[in-house]
Design a protein around this ligand. Sequence first.
Ligand code: FAD
Length: 399
Amino acid sequence: MSKKLKVGIIGGGIGGVATAVALAQRGIDAHLFERAAEFGEVGAGIQMSPNAVKVIRELGGWDDLAKASFLPECLLGKNWDTGDVNFVIPLKDDCPRLYGAEFFHVHRADLHQLLADRVDMSKVTFSTTCVDVTQDKDKAIAHFADGTTFEADLIIGADGVRSNVRHALFGADDPKFTGNMCYRAVVPFDEQPDFVAPATTFWMGPNGHVVTYYVKGGKGVNIVAVRETEEWVEESWHTRSTVESMMKDFEGWHPNLMKLFERVTEVYSWGLFDRDPMTTWSKGRVTLLGDASHPMLPFLSQGAAMAIEDAYVLAKALDALPDDIEEALRQYEQERLPRTARVQLEARERGRTYHLASKEDQAKRDAEYREQQQKDPHSGGIKANWVYAYNATDFQPVV
Ligand SMILES: Cc1cc2nc3c(=O)[nH]c(=O)nc-3n(C[C@H](O)[C@H](O)[C@H](O)COP(=O)(O)OP(=O)(O)OC[C@H]3O[C@@H](n4cnc5c(N)ncnc54)[C@H](O)[C@@H]3O)c2cc1C
């Protein structure tokens, strides 16, 4: 008879909670450890593209996701000052047909909650910080700041971009500041305003871009406004900034964007960090997942989606190979490493394309966008069709 696995998950962000759900669904005994006193996601939106929605559906969360979400009509690419439309990628009707699931906009707290609702809370420990992970042939041990330990067959580090588990496995290697920061805000609206399209709108301008989309079923507009900067900016969802600073950094951009910015009351700033893709995430009985393994720029809106895909694939590999954890981790990496590395690198490249500084370069890029639009809108624009088409639930471990 196969062994019943016992797993420790470090970190209860979207990746960790998705992992807890995916493991529990397969009858694997998983305990989650979160350093915060309770679960909580920040007050911001998140795009859930079809590749992530396919997994959430398998995890049983589709109904709750659909209820909490906004369904955008399309993904719009606009010029920063004229507002000219360079590409329109239809989403609402096309995503289920082309990719097998919807493209949703949701509030992060709602997404986290619908996953957390599927977690057995008796298997969650809050206010506990993992400081180290050790292992021997038979077990992995998570060590916590209060001196306690947890022994398991496998420890999964889902502890984000500054992962202690990653540090324990691979040594010190700080994430790199990418020279980009972003302002983020959510503006509440009773009615959808005529100056914000019911779309994911990418405004592309010199040395920056702005993404706007509805959340809360259309009762709020999420803003992510990215600026290149030489100054190092702290990476934190909780660092306050000012509307004045945001308005100043986007001076001269389209009046509709300015109208939206004027309505912002609370704004936060965030330094964007990433890492180069790794060649492995695992050692023995310890592995990584989500931002701990492949932090990326948010320019393809995929960090959480990748963590959700990782969670599903890892759970399926462990379920199929409970007696051979190293082989399960090898197959997990074989499936996930090439994909996440490509998304990491292409997200970086999108930054360069979106942020072209000279009018000539922008005109050339926009002409290419329009030409591609005529041929096939789905393979143009932000060029993410290959990201959406992937289906993590198709993964078949080799036993
Ligand atoms: C501006 C912006 C916009 C984005 N938009 C999108 C989008 O539209 N779509 C998308 O898919 N992705 C998006 N992302 C990316 C996404 O937010 C992240 O990739 C995702 O949240 C990563 O989840 P995670 O669970 O791996 O890590 P985290 O969310 O960082 O979670 C890590 C968890 O571990 C806990 N923790 C950390 N260290 C320890 C420790 N030592 N012990 C115990 N607990 C610990 C933390 O408290 C936290 O709860 C965006 C990112 C940014 C910055």
